[in-house]
Ligand binder design. Structure first.
Ligand code: CP
Length: 315
């Protein structure tokens, strides 16, 4: 694996899930990351991604440097040919090239602005690092995807699944703020590659991008979608159609025990952070149905297997 910017960078999905689960059981003696440095750049806040990726790198023997670009570093210019006479002090051309002198892998988190769909879909930040850095790039959540989260999700479903072909439901849920579609996008792309029966449920106006949905079934009746589900993955996202907007939804889409009454053995997932009693009710999060903590734990092994494969490829 040369980079990990989208799940398309995984060519053997079953193999990488197997390897992650084996790393989880037994941390290998040989440290492929000894003498190597991971640089992590955050344009946005993080708890899980930051700490699990740092832990993963250290388990491989790597050194880790973290920078909150928005507050610690110079404001970066990404436009080619820009006349830099305002607030942006450093161009990505120099920044990425210099970081490549200090780091063996650069990992970047950069959320979308959710104002201009075309601009967000161009993935300017991630693609600029890909273009101007001379070392591998890892996506820590970009404008349109969160591939490390999706790999952790696949590992978690693999661990908890007892069905031959599990029914997996991705459910939209309310949120007071406009959130990216990144987690939902990568989750759908990941599930489309696995032996699962995937259903997306969301209110009208919240359909994900057509190039993400492809032929996946979209059910606008949430309770119908939940019938006999093995896994319900709950996540808010802002409208794709009315790009970046939070629409006025009449029905209550918060996931609670009552809604899960027809899916007896269901496991409930969420990438976290989760707003209790807005996105998912306490009666679900505090029940045995919830596997959100186990899911968050798997972020470490998803990151570890990705960093390991990149280091092995660069040898
Ligand atoms: N799920 C996830 O990416 O969490 P953080 O935003 O805390 O990193």
């Amino acid at each position: 694996m040369k980079n990990y910017t989208s799940i398309a960078d995984i060519d053997d999905l079953e193999g990488i899930i197997r390897e992650a689960r084996s790393l989880k059981i037994q941390n290998p003696e040989s440290k492929v990351g000894t003498g190597k440095t991971l640089g992590m750049l955050f344009f946005n806040p993080s708890l899980r991604t930051r700490l699990s990726t740092e832990k993963a790198a250290k388990l491989l023997g790597m050194e880790v440097m973290v920078m909150n670009v928005g507050t610690d570093g110079w404001a970066l210019e990404f436009e080619d040919g820009a006349v830099m006479n305002s607030d942006k002090a450093e161009h990505i051309k120099e920044a990425a090239a210099v970081l490549s002198q200090y780091c063996d892998i650069i990992a970047v988190r950069a959320f979308p602005e959710l104002k201009d769909r075309k601009k967000d879909e161009a993935e300017q930040v991630m693609n600029s690092f890909m273009k101007y850095a001379s070392v591998p790039i890892v996506n820590l959540e970009s404008a349109t995807g969160h591939p490390l989260q999706a790999l952790a999700d696949a590992i978690t479903i693999n661990e908890f699944n007892t069905a031959k072909k599990p029914k997996v439901v991705l459910s939209w849920a309310p949120h007071p703020k406009a959130l990216p579609q990144s987690v939902a996008n990568s989750f759908v792309e990941m599930m489309q590659r696995l032996e699962v029966d995937l259903v997306i449920t969301n209110p009208e106006g919240y359909d994900l991008a057509p190039n993400i949905r492809k032929n996946t079934k979209v059910e606008h009746d949430q309770e119908k979608a939940f019938e006999d589900a093995d896994f319900v993955y709950v996540k808010n996202w802002s409208s794709y159609e009315n790009y970046g907007e939070v629409l006025n939804i009449q029905k209550n889409w918060t996931v609670n025990q009552e809604k899960l009454k027809n899916s007896k053995n269901v496991k409930v997932m969420h990438c976290l952070p989760v707003r209790r009693n807005v996105v998912i009710a306490d009666d679900v999060l505090d029940s045995e149905k919830s596997i959100v903590i186990q899911q968050a734990n798997n972020r470490t092994f998803a990151a570890q297997v990705v960093l390991k494969r990149i280091l092995e490829c660069a040898k």
